[in-house]
Design a protein around this ligand. Structure first.
Ligand code: GRF
Length: 201
């Protein structure tokens, strides 16, 4: 039985595409029931619509609080009986109520080896720091910024003198492999978050 998932995006949605493609395999334990973007102009939204997926733009209303926006987001998820939520370049902070409600069911991908280089421009942060190995991390989301329990990571060796563009492109390919693998493990309950700890089966 495929579990219904939502993917939240704000931009191009290449990680969303990799998740959608993975979900198309007959034996994959999840199906994409919703793609949602806070940004109506997100390129990923039109790609998802072209695939025949349900793709919703949920714009913040003028003066709306984060809690009120997230309550509308919650409704969208409830309406489709969503069981897992994957953040894929979703650029809005989530309210504590929302992250608590989705504890252990909310995943994110970040383009660094967390806990190094959380926050924006992680690839540039890594280059600036001069590290020779960076990577990407899929983790459960908690109330912090890129701080939740780590599900898995992929490592990338930075070539001498490599440009930000080249490194970011190679890293993105790694992200596209790692995220579907982690979603599969979570959807199949091979890994679960219990009392803040990862339990592998
Ligand atoms: C990716 O680098 C992801 O790790 C980060 O935001 C970027 C989104 O890219 N959270 P895309 O929209 O999936 O192409």
């Amino acid at each position: 039985m495929k579990r219904p998932i939502a993917i939240l995006i704000s931009g191009r949605g290449s990680n969303m595409q990799s998740l959608v493609r993975a979900c198309q395999a007959a034996d994959f334990p999840a199906r994409v029931a919703l793609v949602l973007s806070n940004n109506p102009d997100a390129a990923g939204l039109s790609w998802a619509r072209d695939q025949g997926l349900e793709a919703v733009a949920l714009e913040r209303l003028t003066g709306e609080t984060r809690a009120d926006y997230d309550a509308r987001l919650e409704q969208e998820l409830q309406q489709r009986s969503i069981e897992l939520v994957c953040l894929a370049g979703y650029m809005r902070l989530l309210s504590p109520d929302f992250t608590r409600r989705w504890d252990g069911k909310l995943l994110n991908i970040h383009p660094s080896l967390l806990p190094s280089f959380p926050g924006l421009d992680a690839q540039a942060q890594a280059l600036r720091a001069g590290v020779r190995v960076t990577g990407c991390t899929v983790h459960f989301v908690d109330q912090g910024l890129d701080t939740g329990p780590i599900i898995d990571q992929g490592a990338l060796h930075i070539e001498a003198g490599e440009s930000l563009e080249s490194m970011s492109a190679r890293l993105l390919e790694l992200e596209h492999q790692l995220y579907p693998k982690c979603l599969k493990q979570v959807a199949a309950q091979q890994v679960q978050l219990i009392d803040g700890k990862l339990i592998w089966r």
